[in-house]
Design a protein around this ligand. Structure first.
Ligand code: ACM
Length: 526
């Protein structure tokens, strides 16, 4: 017994001193620089936050709300601030923060509200997962200096296939904030349903909003513009930017049900799949939609999709408007028609003062790399990533394997996608991105970040949505934030256990990667 006790002590000292050893703090994503001190800071009944700048007040209030169930937080504006927004040097980097605890106090310094927010989220996790001894919280004396590896740390949610609604979206935004994820890409339109109110074209949501992937007759479900504004505000308070996607010229079936006059038809398998690129009126219609979208979302981006047009553009071969367009411009094939469409809509987006985002198909259309951003999703076509980088595009990495969260996460799972047997387990998500990706090291500056995409053909309930997201969201957050030298999957697994306890306390279902075969998989029939 004595020998075991002695060894344990040595290991413990080893852990707290070795830079690359497992860390005793439970924070996800793991901060990039941690210096451990001696002793603990104890909080008995409540925490008082003194802040020195009214710009931080809202962020501090959000933190107090987030802590409500754990510990009362009082806010006071005071010069003796323990949260400081330092508006000049020496703190460079807009997301950088420093969190310092002594036995007497906790101080967070940053030169932006974002930095303060992230410092507070680290503190939140330190408190959520703190030792709770004799009725008081204890957090270690520590100095953390931290900023993310990537500026773009995203999640995409497809609400066309299945609609989850404002409450679930806010819950997801809360979990993103806890993990310092900062981009919510909202896939609002596609084949089964149109989910955003457009005042100029009300039938888009009233008619196009009817149905979902499981039930084509489900009552119309969509977000009103007031709801969108509220969610955008809610996200912004948590440092999350919302990027709307209005998919075109394909994946347009729901819109075409509402306004068939702008349909370009489809194929046998994908009827009414496209907008009509041969009609001038289509461009006015779509620009009218984008104008309202641009006004609702403060982000500088609008995502115009642009994916998989070949699935359903067969009818362009016979559509008289498209044929006329082809003759007029001497186009040889449908790819040139597609490029024409994408260029016209990209021009509209620029005229609205926004930057275009498209799926990696847009690399083939010769858009200007200064005014557009590419999302690389076809993991089976790494050359598309190489081409995008070579053509100077900024790129977000979101390849199906491992960043499509509609793919299963364990070999025993029955519901969800696979690609030639491959899927997206949490450890692969964690290890992403490998530096062997084409252009990765030579064009690193153009890689804005990483994003997980949640397509919802096979996700129709909140419980199943949670199961597909967690704990991969935690793995994604660390892959996006923590530099490779500090990442360590075994250590992550220790910390994710605490996160799982948190999910349990919040009633959030998750895949228990420690008991992969015994976590019941919610696999509702579709
Ligand atoms: C996609 O998965 N069609 C972007």
């Amino acid at each position: 017994m004595k020998v075991i006790g002695f060894l344990t002590l040595i290991l413990f000292l080893g852990c707290s001193m070795g830079k690359h050893e497992p860390t005793p703090i439970n924070v996800i994503p793991l901060p990039n620089e941690i210096v451990y001190g001696k002793g603990v800071f104890k909080i008995k009944k409540e925490l008082t936050l003194h802040f020195n700048n009214e710009k931080i007040e809202n962020t501090a209030r959000i933190f107090a709300e987030q802590m409500e169930e754990v510990l009362p937080v009082q806010l006071t504006k005071s010069d003796k601030a323990n949260i400081n927004l330092i508006l000049q040097q020496p703190f460079n980097g807009s997301e950088l923060y420093e969190l310092k605890t002594t036995k007497q106090q906790i101080t967070i310094n940053a030169n932006s509200v974002k930095g303060i927010f992230y410092g507070l989220q680290t503190l939140r996790q330190l408190l959520l997962f703190a030792d709770y001894e004799n009725g008081r919280f204890e957090i270690p004396v520590i100095t953390i200096r931290d900023q993310p590896r990537f500026g773009w740390r995203g999640i995409m949610l497809d609400e066309s296939r299945h609609f989850f609604g404002a409450q679930k979206v806010k819950e997801l935004l809360d979990l993103m904030a806890l993990h310092k994820l900062n981009i919510f890409h909202w896939h609002l339109t596609d084949v089964p349903g149109w989910r955003i109110e457009i005042k100029k074209y009300p039938k888009l949501s009233e008619v196009g909003g009817i149905g979902n992937h499981s039930n084509p007759d489900a009552p119309a479900a969509f977000y009103t513009q007031e709801e969108i504004k509220e969610i955008v505000h809610y996200a912004a308070e948590r440092n999350i930017e919302i990027i709307p996607e209005i998919d075109m010229p394909g994946h347009a079936t729901a819109a075409n049900r509402a306004y068939p006059e702008f349909s370009g038809g489809g194929s046998e398998r994908y009827p009414e799949f496209t907008f009509n690129p041969g009609k001038n009126e289509t461009y006015s219609f779509l620009t009218g939609i984008l104008k309202e979208v641009a006004a609702l979302f403060p982000t500088k981006y609008i995502h115009l999709g642009g994916d998989e047009v070949h699935f359903g553009n067969e009818s362009w071969n016979t559509n008289p408007d498209v044929q006329r367009l082809m003759k007029q411009h001497d186009f040889n094939d449908l790819k040139e028609v597609e490029s024409y469409f994408v260029h016209r809509m990209a021009d509209s987006i620029q005229m609205l003062g926004k930057t275009v985002i498209g799926w990696d198909e847009i690399v083939d259309h010769g858009l200007s790399p200064e005014n557009s951003l590419v999302m690389w999703w076809r993991h089976n076509l790494p050359e598309k990533l190489g081409a995008a980088l070579n053509q100077n595009f900024s790129v977000v990495l979101c390849p199906r394997i491992p960043l499509y969260f509609d793919f299963v996460q364990h070999e025993s799972h029955k519901t969800g996608r696979r690609w030639a047997g491959a899927f997206s387990p949490p450890d692969l998500v964690y290890q992403f991105p490998p530096d062997t990706l084409p252009g990765f090291s030579t064009h690193f500056e153009q890689i804005k970040g990483i994003q997980a995409n949640l397509w919802t053909e096979q996700i129709s309930t909140n419980k199943r949505l949670d199961f597909m997201i967690h704990p991969r969201l935690s793995a994604l957050a660390e892959a996006a934030w923590t530099v490779p030298e500090e990442k360590n999957y075994s250590n992550f697994k220790v910390r994710v256990k605490q996160m799982m306890k948190f999910f349990e306390s919040k009633g959030i279902y998750y895949f228990n990667l420690f008991e992969p075969k015994t976590t019941p998989e919610p696999n509702e029939s579709f």
